[in-house]
Design a protein around this ligand. Sequence first.
Ligand code: 4AD
Ligand code: MG
Length: 505
Amino acid sequence: MHQYIDQLENYVDKDITLKGWVSNMRTSKTNIFIVFRDGTGFVQAVVSLDQVGQEQFELAKRLTQESSIAIRGKIIRDERQMGGYEIQVHNLQLIQLSEEYPISNKEHGVRFLADQRHLWLRSRRQWAIMRIRNEIIMGIHEFFQGEGFVQMDSPLFTGNAAEGSTTLFETDFFGEKAYLAQTGQLYGEAMAMAQGKIYTFGPTFRAEKSDTPRHLAEFWMIEPEMAFFDNDDNMDLIERFVKHVIARIVHRCKTQLELLGRDITGLENVQQAFPRVSYTEAVKILRGEKDVNGRNAIAVQEEDLAVANALITAHKEDIAQRESAIKAGMKKGERRYNESKILQLRKEIAHAEEQCRNIPKWIQSAKNFKDGEDFGASDETVLTRVFDAPVMVYNWPSAIKAFYMKEVEGDPNFVKGVDLLAPDGYGEIVGGSERETDIDVLQRKIKEHHLPMEDFDWYLDLRRYGSVPHAGFGLGLERLVRWACGINHLRETIPFPRRYGRLYP
Ligand code: 4AD
Ligand code: MG
């Protein structure tokens, strides 16, 4: 029997066998240090000549990155080591000697890595992200099951366009025109009338022909739907739900979050109350016409810009000083330290320079925002910057939202929709609403959206037979993973991303 790295705490000072891969290695005369991974984690394996003998030591020397091996050795607790343990190997078996591995430890371009996605998944950062994704999925089920929801699945082939006709993938269903589902919601509404509170959790498809960091063509969505909920109940649920899932990963994914360099203060702030602002208020805040807790959105951007400029100047001076000190001569270790520090400073400068290019554009866009339009990515960044926790924006202009959202009583220009915007530029992660129950209004809206009435006949039945107030929302799994992990692009949040221009591997 072999054991796993994530169980090492049970085997301190004991001999065990681990099976896995060589992630990285370095060799000295009498020792070979292997960064060994087995899927559950990473550990340093020390192969020393006096422990394994000449023959196995030679074998170890020939190992290549990603060779598969079985090792037997003693587990030592060592705080200084990655993960807190080390294995001192006394037996090594080769399973397969890997050919030269295309992904090395130097930096690669994103295109190259995307082409190597089937291998890239093995690298430490990707490993951490997938572990967090898994923990989020567990947290989602735990939350909804705990609240008495029933998980039900909606079809992926559908005749209904629910989220606008511009992002439909059309397909042939035995000679009939069908679409890949953009949402499971309409079916979710039918299921909620049967079970009270349900959630769907499945893949959804949108032909987003834009290459942005926050759009995939295939993504996973969690869509709860609740009978007898209004939009306030809906917002309460969204808040409890997001708090639950984030608390779970902050608690259970410390190693992975640390590995990603995720600053978790932002995630801890999620336990505060989520501010709720109407769309109309949000527009005023965005344009800088209304302050929040003494903070003005435009002024905050101007401050951020000044901070970025100051950082660039200070870092450049710092780099110049380190460079001249290196030139003047220093010990090897000290030089290495300074060189890696310089690299780090350069990265931070590049980031600040990007901010200096972006912020003036964001400010312009925010100041000139036209009431009634949808928020763009930069508007969401500017708006959320004045809040500490995620923000809920409710009561949206009807014209920019889906046909099924319930009109605000007495003000048909607005609907009872809600978007949850994550802070720090991560933007929309949830979209939801109370649903229209008036069959006449629904029929009018279906016409206004140029949708074929006959395809929605079954949906209208839900308003004919025991119609009740109800609400629900959709959370994009990858958007949540992106925010939780603090990473820029959705391509790293799903094992094999499908997006515009990317079908391989
Ligand atoms: O706001 P959306 O379009 O809402 C719906 O689909 C509703 N039917 C949900 C409901 O009320 N049951 O999408 C919901 C969420 C977004 O907030 C976003 O997190 C995610 O789905 N999303 C995407 N994620 C990745 N790539 C895309 N192209 C996405 N489009 C939406
Ligand atoms: Mg939306």
